[in-house]
Design a protein around this ligand. Sequence first.
Ligand SMILES: [Zn+2]
Length: 155
Amino acid sequence: MILSTHFTLEEFQRSSVAAAHGIDNTIPVQYIPTLQQLCRTILEPLRKFAGQPIIISSGYRSPTLNIKVGGVYASQHTLGEAADIYLPKTEYTSWVDGQRHTDMEIAHHWFTFLKDHTDFDQLILETKNGLDYWIHVSCRKNKKKNRHQVLHLNT
Ligand SMILES: [Zn+2]
């Protein structure tokens, strides 16, 4: 099922952990409009800015899956309000602005775009060993309640 121009419901539902443990991660119908809003408000603008595919590493999480992956209680992932994303490395991404950049510089480039141009609840840049990164983005069902919180986490 298509949620927006570049995103499908399946991308938000897919989970290797759920598959490995036989956990049902079917997205309840009532969360579909919330996911569509997340796509429209945050993911599509980033997709357009980056000019390349965005990979959703963790989208929706059923309450059981959320416990299994050690997610925080009542995580926004269980409400269809959040996604963890990354942008795959391509030749294009190493040449942003005609200049060569490291993956981490590019991650910051996209993170800054999200911060300045989208209506988010939480925006978290998580980095591991200064090499790997992923971005947690969320948008509340009621956008008026968005806190515009920006966090950097190092693990
Ligand atoms: Zn997350």
